[in-house]
Design a protein around this ligand. Structure first.
Ligand code: SF4
Length: 158
């Protein structure tokens, strides 16, 4: 419905940063599993659903992916593109859709603040956060917890 807004990633990144600035001082009230989480989940589902086709992964990285939701990739790739993107920029799984990583790249070029974050390697998705409020997870650092053995200096996972 509001997907056309994705054509204005420079505007969206400012809106998103402003929203997080508003939420940050409310951190002590916005707790995982707290009473305020359900309304935030609703807000994300409706708002980000309308603009980004948000899949409620609970670990939002929109600002690192050209304000393009990586979970709309049929392979759910958080670090893309895969090797199958077609020469016309279409998806190999669903040729009727454009590769979201091509879109992410093009949109990131228009984002002066966080466009460079497209080069950051994203950690594996924590599926336990699915359906929760990504804004709350971000305020409490839950979205940056990575599995043991993932960071270069970590001992290997058992
Ligand atoms: S990255 Fe996750 S939280 Fe962000 S828009 Fe996509 S599914 Fe929603």
């Amino acid at each position: 419905m509001l997907r056309f807004l994705q054509n204005y990633p420079h505007f969206l990144e400012l809106v998103y940063a402003g929203l997080l600035r508003v939420l940050r001082p409310l951190r002590r009230w916005l707790r995982p599993g707290g009473r305020l989480e359900p309304p935030l989940i609703w807000l994300e589902r409706v708002g980000k659903g309308a603009v980004f086709d948000c899949q409620m992964c609970g670990q939002c990285i929109l600002h690192s992916t050209g304000m393009t939701c990586p979970m709309t990739c049929p392979k759910n790739l958080r670090n893309g593109p895969c090797g199958g993107v077609r020469s016309n920029g279409r998806c190999e799984v669903k040729p009727e859709m454009g590769c979201i990583w091509v879109q992410a790249y093009e949109r990131a070029q228009k984002m002066p603040v966080s466009g460079h974050e497209l080069h950051v390697i994203q950690p594996p998705l924590n599926r336990r956060l699915e359906g929760s409020a990504s804004w709350i997870n971000m305020l409490h650092g839950l979205d940056t917890v990575v599995p043991k053995g993932w960071l270069p200096d970590d001992p290997p996972a058992p």
